[in-house]
Write a protein that binds this ligand. Sequence first.
Ligand SMILES: [Mg+2]
Length: 230
Amino acid sequence: MTSSGIALIGVDGDDTLWQNEDYFRDVENEFVRLMTRWSHGDHVAQRLIETERRNLSIFGYGVKGFVLSMIETAIELSSGEIPAADIHKLMAAGKDLLSRPHVVLPGVVDALVSLAEIAPIALVTKGDLMHQETKLAASGLATSFDHVHIVSEKDRSTYTAVLEQHQVSAAEFVMIGNSARSDVLPVIGIGGRAIHVPYSVTWELEKSDDDVEFPVVDDLGAAAELIASW
Ligand SMILES: [Mg+2]
């Protein structure tokens, strides 16, 4: 344990270690274009978010739920008239999402080395189990982590369970990630510390208007420096 009392460092995956949201945004734009016959862009995007929000507790996070939500939205907006060929295009866009290149964000490899000098590191990520495992393997970062947790939701109870598993108290834990809603607020909520590393694009359902204050830094390296300074 460090002088700051940190015994475990949690790090998020998507858009903290590797690129993710840009790919979803590309497919969402394709979806909006496909639906222009039935509705205008802003309305399509808004309806898709509403469907995703409704389906989160049924499908969970990740590409498969996203594709099913696009199909559901397409059927609703076209009053059931969307051709099977267009549904096929949506399926193909989803499969393409699963095979996009795995791009590790700049500075991440060095930052993980710096973090490892402070305390053990746990990857805490949510999404499709198989896709997250694939991304971790393809990233080449798997050996950087002492522990890996691929979870369905990142809320207070998830973090409490992770900490119990490692017998680490909340006060000894710091989480680093790009989502205030998933990586920062629930950890602060259970008495831990968290550092926000925003990504250029934030998914609508990861946005938060909570007014809790927390440190915000430019990249993972800066987060490592901050923890080392505690
Ligand atoms: Mg993330």
